[in-house]
Design a protein around this ligand. Sequence first.
Ligand code: HEC
Ligand code: HEC
Length: 405
Amino acid sequence: MKLVFGVLLVALLAQDTSWSEREWTKARTHSPLPAARANPTNRFADDERAARLGQRLFFDARLSANGAVSCSTCHAPDLGFSDGKSLSTGIGRTGRHSPSLWNVAQQRWFFWDGRADSLWAQAVQPLENPAEMGFDRVALAKLLVSDTKLSSEYEALFGKLPDTSKWPEHARPAATDDPQGAAWLAMGEDDRHAATLVAANFGKALEAYERTLVRTNSPFDRFVAGDADALSESARRGWQLFAGRGNCRSCHSGPNFSDGEFHNIGIPPLGGGKSEDPARYRGVELVLADPLNALGPFSDDRKGDAALALQTLERLPQSFGEYRTPSLRNVALSAPYMHQGQLRTLTEVVHFYSTLEGATQVGHHQEQVLKPLELSPQEALDLIAFLESLTGEPPVKERLAPLPD
Ligand code: HEC
Ligand code: HEC
C-alpha cells in the first residue's frame, strides 16, 4: 500500500515539475470549460434548426441599409469573430471595438457596457443601429416573408409570419423626427408587437447559432488535464505570474477567464484625453429599459435567474466608466484589444499592465487592485506565451461560413 502511494506521489511530482499545489488548484478553477449554461429566456437556444437559421442570417448582408453589411462584417470567423479594427465600421463608424464571439454564450451581460441581458436581445441592436446594419424590424419581417427558404425555416420554428403587406417599407422604434420613428408610431400597436416579435425571434435564432461558437481544449486545458507536453516552459511560468504576482485572476477568473463583471482599468479613449463614456453606468439603465430583456413580453422565462438578476440590478455611481472583463480564451485571435481597440497587440497589453503607462485616473473609484507590475522582458514574454496558450480548437468548419442554399 505504502509503495503504491509512493509511486503515485513520484508520478504526481514528476508531472508537477514547476507548479505548486496551490498553483494547480488555481489552474483547475479555469479548466475545463463547461458548456454554457442554459438560457430558458430563449426556448430555441439549443435548437439545432434555430442554429442553422441563425447561421444563415448571420452571414446575410441583405439585412442592412446598403445590402453590404452582415453580422460577419464585424464578426468575421477568420478574424477571431471580430474585425481586426479598433473601431468597427458598418454603415457608419461605431464608437467601440467589436468583441470576439468565441465562447460568447459564457457571458452573463453583453456588450462592453452590459446593456443587453441575453444574446437574443443583443442581436436586435446591431440590426437597427444606424452605424452598424442600419436595418429595421419591419424591413426584416418583409424580407423573411419574401424569401421562401427563410420564411419556411422561420415558420417551422416560430409559427406564422405576420401579414406585412400594409406595413411601411421601413420602421423601428426611434425618435419621431427620424422618418423611421414616425412611421413606427403610425403603425397600430398590434402591428408593432408583431414586428417586434419577428425581431425577437430573429435574435433567438442568432443566439442558437452563437451558442455553437465554442472553442476549447486549448494547450492550457490539455496541460491541466495532464498532458505535460502541452505547455512550453515559458507559458508555464506565464501562468505562475498570471495567478501570482500579476493578480490577473482577481478579474479574469473562472473557466472563461472573466468574472462577468465590470471594472475600470484606466485605458484612455482612442483619441486621448479623459473618457466621458459612462459605460456600465449607462448600460444598467439601458438593459433595465430594454423591452427585449428577460422580464419583457418576448422572454420565454420571466421568472428565472435572468429575470431575478434584473430585479436586483442597481445603478451605482462607481460603475461610471466601467467595462466588462473580457474573456481571455482565444484572445490571441482577435487583436486589437480593449473597448476601443486602443492596444494593438498582446505585447502592448502586457506593457500596459506592467507600467500602467497612460492610465487615466478615475477619481476615487480607480481600481485599487492594479499596480504597475514592472515585469522583466522575460516575464512579459512568459505572460504573452501563457495568453497565447489559451487558444482552443475550433468547431467543425461548416459552422463558420454561410450555409449553402
Ligand atoms: C458594424 C459592425 C458590427 C456589426 C455589423 C455587428 N456587430 Fe456585433 N458588435 C460590434 C461592436 C462594435 C460591438 C461592441 C459594442 C458595444 O459594446 O457597445 C458588438 C458587440 C456584439 C456582441 C456582444 C459580445 C459580448 O461579448 O458582449 C454580440 C453577441 C454581437 N455583437 C453579435 C452581433 C450579431 C449577431 C450581429 C448581426 C445581427 C452583429 N453583432 C453585427 C460590431 C458589429
Ligand atoms: C481590475 C480587474 C482586472 C485585472 C486585475 C486585470 N484585468 Fe485584464 N481586463 C480587465 C478589463 C475590465 C478589461 C477591458 C478594459 C477596457 O476595455 O477598457 C481587460 C482587458 C484585458 C485584455 C484585452 C482583452 C480583449 O479582448 O480586449 C487582456 C489581454 C487582459 N485584460 C489581460 C490581463 C492580464 C494579463 C492581467 C494581469 C496582468 C489582467 N488582465 C488584469 C480587467 C482586469
